[in-house]
Design a protein around this ligand. Structure first.
Ligand code: SF4
Length: 297
C-alpha cells in the first residue's frame, strides 16, 4: 500500500507545470489536496504526463443528470489528471458536455490524502456536543464502526426526545428518499429535508408532477432538452436549476428564453432561476401548488 501511495504522490504535478496551467486558465482553476491540480475550466489542458499515459473515458458517478464527459489520464494504473469534453467546438446545437468541478475532481475521492477510510470523530466531541469551543481546531481520532453506530443511534434518540423529529435533517438528494436511510428515519417518526435543491427535478420531475410522464419515475419519456426551444411557455414548479443542478440545464433553459419562451415559476419563494429567466412568479403558499394546478385544470 505504501508504494502505491508513493506512486500517487510522485505523480503530482510540478510547480512549473502548475504555473503553466494557471497561465492558460481563462475561467477558473481549482486546487485540491495533495498538491494536485485540475485542468483549468475553458482553458488549454496542460500536457504534463501525457506522453507516459493514456486518456481514457470514465464515468461521472454522481448521477446528477448532467452526463458530462469525464476523461482520466492514467499512468501506471494511477489517475494523475482529469479533463472534460474537448472533442469538438462548442456551439448551441452541439454543446460540449463539459464537467463541473465536482465531476472533474473525482480522482480525489479515490486518491485524495483526506479521503475518509474509516469512522472518525472530533477528539473532544462527546454525546450532546462535548467541548464546542474546539470546533475547527480539534484533532480527529479513529473510532470503530460499533462506536460510530452507537453514537448515531444514541444521539438520534436524544435529539428526538429533546427536540422532536422536526429537528432531524436528512440530506442526500431526491433518490435518497427511496433509500434505507429515509425509510429508517420515516419509521423513526419522520424528518425534515431541504427545499428546492433537487437537481434531477430540473429536468424530469415537473412533467411527472403534471402528468405527462407515462411510464414511471425513471422513464425519460419527456422531450429532449433541445426541444425546450420550441416551447411557448415553460412552467416551473419549485425548480431552481441555476442553484441546484449541475450540468447544462440552466444553459438549455436560457436557449429557450432566447428563442422566446415565457417562464412561470410556481413557488413559495422567488429564486435565482426565476430571476435569470425573467419568470413570472406565482407565490403560492407551501403545499398548495397541487390545489392550484387542479383549479387550473
Ligand atoms: S455536472 Fe458535474 S457531477 Fe454532473 S455529470 Fe457533469 S461533471 Fe458529473
Amino acid at each position: 500500500m505504501s508504494s502505491f501511495l508513493k506512486k500517487v504522490t510522485d505523480k503530482t504535478i510540478s510547480r512549473r507545470s502548475f504555473l503553466k496551467a494557471t497561465a492558460a486558465g481563462t475561467a477558473g482553476l481549482a486546487l485540491t489536496g495533495c498538491g494536485s491540480v485540475l485542468a483549468p475550466v475553458g482553458g488549454k489542458v496542460d500536457a504534463a504526463g501525457e506522453e507516459q499515459g493514456e486518456w481514457i473515458s470514465a464515468a461521472c458517478w454522481h448521477n446528477c443528470g448532467g452526463r458530462c464527459l469525464n476523461k482520466a489520464l492514467v499512468v501506471d494504473g494511477v489517475v494523475i489528471r482529469q479533463k472534460t469534453d474537448d472533442t469538438h467546438e462548442d456551439s448551441p446545437d452541439y454543446p460540449q458536455q463539459r464537467g463541473c468541478l465536482r465531476g472533474r475532481s473525482q480522482r480525489q475521492q479515490v486518491f485524495g490524502a483526506d479521503r475518509l477510510k474509516y469512522p472518525m470523530k472530533r477528539k473532544h466531541w462527546q454525546p450532546g456536543g462535548g467541548d464546542k469551543s474546539l470546533r475547527g481546531q480539534d484533532e480527529w481520532e479513529r473510532i470503530s464502526w460499533d462506536e460510530a453506530l452507537t453514537y448515531i443511534t444514541d444521539e438520534l434518540n436524544r435529539v428526538k426526545k429533546d427536540y422532536g423529529n422536526r429537528s432531524i435533517l436528512h440530506i442526500g438528494g431526491w433518490s435518497s428518499r427511496i433509500t434505507d436511510i429515509s425509510r429508517t428515519l420515516g419509521l423513526f417518526g419522520g424528518y425534515c429535508e431541504y427545499w428546492n435543491t433537487n437537481s434531477f427535478g430540473s429536468w424530469a420531475m415537473t412533467p411527472k408532477t403534471v402528468g405527462f410522464m407515462q411510464l414511471g419515475v425513471w422513464d425519460q419519456t419527456v422531450n429532449d432538452r433541445f426541444d425546450l426551444r420550441n416551447c411557448e411557455t415553460i412552467i416551473m414548479l419549485s425548480m431552481n436549476p441555476a442553484w441546484s443542478a449541475m450540468g447544462s440545464s440552466s444553459w438549455h433553459y436560457r436557449q429557450a428564453k432566447k428563442a422566446g419562451a415565457k417562464f412561470i415559476g410556481i413557488d413559495p419563494f422567488f429564486n435565482a432561476t426565476y430571476s435569470m429567466l425573467g419568470a413570472q412568479w406565482v407565490p403560492v403558499r407551501p403545499s398548495t401548488d397541487a390545489a392550484l394546478l387542479l383549479a387550473i385544470a
